[in-house]
Write a protein that binds this ligand. Structure first.
Ligand code: SF4
Length: 320
């Protein structure tokens, strides 16, 4: 069974969506690195454990294939608010990200965003490679080195101060928009004192807004537990720049897409665990249709289910 989107017989392996995103409206994802190449191994990662923890930058996927997939997807005339460089890992490890951004901009006016863990911004070459992006969403989940090690479990050579300094320099140099994500966890980073430490570091980072996030799906380690919405709202007050709690995207019946098939669902679940409602919302399909396909995929062992806080989540089964 394949896991890409079908396009006139060609499987699009490197693009994903467009899916309604909590932050970006209708977002067409582009996967720049294979599962799961990352400089971190966060305890809250929804993708599972990092299989290749590295800071080596290279062309993990041939750039021509990425551009071809983006072109084919754009020709389907979907509503797309952002083309989002992301991936099943850390996208700034992709060495040709600057050329790729330019190639996308040569074929469309749709803004290009990047979701990154921010771990490589100490490298001047990486900062240069990102300068043509419209929006960069880096993250900072800790205010000190110990919490950084516990939560993000970085590649050994990544020093906390170096990562924070990289973020600060990038925010001064970058001409586009920056939204900073702070992922908070109960028992790790939900105390006022801990959050104040993070807020203190962010004071020196130039950005448009801060987005507080927490666990909403099955994650890598059981110790990574969600912070309640009420507490997150209270914690927004500790930041001195505009701060919001990321809200869930609601299903929109007007944009129901009846071309969605099981490959789209497998593709979605290979990137993050989702409930049936998440799948219906993300792919703009009726809940019952999503459920029918889920049941079929469970029967043939393509996906597995896991319960968290009373909600059943589905994810793609990984064969080792
Ligand atoms: S959450 Fe992001 S940065 Fe952390 S391990 Fe997963 S892919 Fe890497």
């Amino acid at each position: 069974m394949t896991t890409g989107n079908k396009y006139h017989g060609k499987i699009l392996r490197h693009v994903f969506g467009p899916v309604p995103s909590r932050r970006l409206g209708h977002s067409l994802g582009v996967d720049l690195v294979p599962y799961k190449v990352c400089s971190f191994d966060c305890i809250y990662c929804q993708l599972g454990s990092t299989t290749l923890k590295t800071i080596e930058r290279k062309e993990y996927v041939p750039m021509d294939e990425l551009i071809e997939d983006v072109k084919l997807k754009l020709s389907e005339k979907h509503v797309i608010d952002y083309i989002t460089l992301s991936g099943s890992g850390e996208p700034t490890l992709y060495s040709r990200i600057a050329e790729l951004t330019q190639a996308i901009k040569n074929i469309t006016d749709i803004p290009v965003a990047l979701i990154t863990n921010g771990s490589m911004l100490w490298d001047a070459e990486v900062r240069r490679d990102l300068r043509n992006l419209d929006l960069v969403i880096p993250s900072l989940d800790a205010g000190n080195s110990q919490l950084f090690s516990e939560v993000n479990r970085p590649y050994p050579e990544l020093d906390f101060d170096m990562v924070v300094e990289g973020l600060k320099i990038f925010s001064r140099e970058f001409k586009g928009r920056i939204w900073l994500e702070v992922f908070l966890l109960e028992g790790f980073s939900d105390l006022e004192q801990t959050v104040e430490e993070i807020a203190g570091l962010i004071d020196d980072i130039k950005l448009e807004k801060i987005q507080l996030n927490t666990v909403a799906r099955p994650v890598c380690e059981k110790s990574a537990r969600p912070v309640s919405r009420e507490r997150l709202l209270m914690l927004t007050k500790l930041f001195r720049q505009p701060t919001e709690v990321i809200a869930d995207f609601k299903n929109n019946a007007d944009i129901f897409d009846d071309s969605v098939n099981e490959n789209d669902i497998i593709n979605l679940l290979s990137r993050r665990p989702c409930s049936c409602k998440d799948i219906a919302d993300s792919l703009c399909m009726p809940y019952n249709e999503a459920l029918k396909i889920i049941e079929q995929l469970l029967r043939n062992h393509t996906i597995i289910s896991e319960e968290q806080n009373g909600i059943v989540f589905y994810k793609k089964k990984i064969y080792k």
